[in-house]
Design a binder for this molecule. Sequence first.
Ligand SMILES: *[C@@H]1O[C@H](CO)[C@@H](O)[C@H](O)[C@H]1NC(C)=O
Ligand SMILES: *[C@@H]1O[C@H](CO)[C@@H](O)[C@H](O)[C@H]1NC(C)=O
Ligand SMILES: *[C@@H]1O[C@H](CO)[C@@H](O)[C@H](O)[C@H]1NC(C)=O
Ligand SMILES: *[C@@H]1O[C@H](CO)[C@@H](O)[C@H](O)[C@H]1NC(C)=O
Ligand SMILES: *[C@@H]1O[C@H](CO)[C@@H](O)[C@H](O)[C@H]1NC(C)=O
Ligand SMILES: *[C@@H]1O[C@H](CO)[C@@H](O)[C@H](O)[C@H]1NC(C)=O
Ligand SMILES: *[C@@H]1O[C@H](CO)[C@@H](O)[C@H](O)[C@H]1NC(C)=O
Ligand SMILES: *[C@@H]1O[C@H](CO)[C@@H](O)[C@H](O)[C@H]1NC(C)=O
Ligand SMILES: *[C@@H]1O[C@H](CO)[C@@H](O)[C@H](O)[C@H]1NC(C)=O
Length: 279
Amino acid sequence: MSLVRKSLVCFVSLLSIKTIITFAQPDDFVFKVCGQNETYTANSTYRRNLDTTLSILPTTNTGLGFFNHSTGQGINTVNSVALCRGDVEPDLCRSCLNDSIVKLREMCPNQKEAVGYYDHCLLTYSNKTVFEGGLIIVYNVQNASDEDSFYVAVKPLLNDLIYNTSAGGSLQKFATGKTNALNFTTIYGLMQCTPDLSRVQCYTCLDDAINRFFSDIGRRIGGRLLQPKCNFRYDIYRFFNESTQVIPSPPSSPPSSGLTPPVSSPPQGTKKVIFFKQS
Ligand SMILES: *[C@@H]1O[C@H](CO)[C@@H](O)[C@H](O)[C@H]1NC(C)=O
Ligand SMILES: *[C@@H]1O[C@H](CO)[C@@H](O)[C@H](O)[C@H]1NC(C)=O
Ligand SMILES: *[C@@H]1O[C@H](CO)[C@@H](O)[C@H](O)[C@H]1NC(C)=O
Ligand SMILES: *[C@@H]1O[C@H](CO)[C@@H](O)[C@H](O)[C@H]1NC(C)=O
Ligand SMILES: *[C@@H]1O[C@H](CO)[C@@H](O)[C@H](O)[C@H]1NC(C)=O
Ligand SMILES: *[C@@H]1O[C@H](CO)[C@@H](O)[C@H](O)[C@H]1NC(C)=O
Ligand SMILES: *[C@@H]1O[C@H](CO)[C@@H](O)[C@H](O)[C@H]1NC(C)=O
Ligand SMILES: *[C@@H]1O[C@H](CO)[C@@H](O)[C@H](O)[C@H]1NC(C)=O
Ligand SMILES: *[C@@H]1O[C@H](CO)[C@@H](O)[C@H](O)[C@H]1NC(C)=O
């Protein structure tokens, strides 16, 4: 596991400039993007508004892991948004958000805009309504052994999940699922949109993301695409909690203890991260 986490990361821009870097981050950190040119100074109003908004953000949970707060006016407005993965339990959601607030500000010390992606949550802030900070693709470099039959299995799963995710209501747009590939491999998928998106916006965001992934990256055995408004992931191991009830169930329902084992370990393979800067 630590092999995967500490593996080299390949950073490729659209200009194909490659830089090899290594991680020194908490376990569930995936990637961050700091805004390029727009910075604030230590004593600025922007800085104070950012401090304020990030101290209030964790208290704005809509109930299902979506957080949103804005502070200030005009050019000093700071908009912040956080989203926990839909299967993540409230305590883990809180600590992921708390950690990411500290870490993201360390990593992007004076940038007006930033986004940080963790396995269990994302955090972004910007002086614009959305930080168009680029999209992140993480994938397992191993190709499917039979690429066509793998794709024939994974594509309908993802199409189903786009439908189920975008059909979610205004509190949560999240879905998981699994399917069997021809050779008895189980493929697991997960998708999420921020719940403020409309059904059509969510659908379009995910559909574009999936098409982009397969056209740019190919038919790999695992991958994910991350951006502030929507994300998806698929893998050949169960990386999410199937049993977690995100929507509170009636108190009479029996505990589902032991039915589902905890999240399983990833297969071996090198993970690569690609950062596409949007121009
Ligand atoms: C940001 O900085 C880079 C390099 O310093 C420059 O090429 C680019 O034009 C700048 N972008 C904006 C929006 O100012
Ligand atoms: C920030 O403000 C404090 C007190 O108002 C002042 O002492 C300090 O020099 C200022 N720092 C900068 C970088 O302007
Ligand atoms: C965000 O800040 C930059 C300069 O730092 C400015 O050019 C831009 O207009 C600001 N955007 C908004 C929406 O205020
Ligand atoms: C998955 O469930 C286990 C057991 O309930 C829990 O300890 C773990 O934190 C959960 N993982 C996530 C991502 O919520
Ligand atoms: C959030 O993190 C800070 C600094 O790491 C810590 O002092 C604080 O107790 C944490 N708050 C919660 C609610 O976990
Ligand atoms: C089944 O397919 C997966 C994904 O392509 C591959 O990783 C695995 O090695 C295959 N297993 C067998 C037994 O062929
Ligand atoms: C999508 O939702 C339907 C209805 O709840 C469910 O039957 C189906 O299994 C879901 N699809 C996936 C891929 O999980
Ligand atoms: C954030 O919340 C405000 C109300 O508190 C709402 O007007 C705004 O649309 C929300 N933004 C997002 C991105 O959800
Ligand atoms: C996997 O597929 C990609 C794109 O289809 C190709 O560029 C790459 O060489 C393949 N990798 C291996 C190890 O076969």
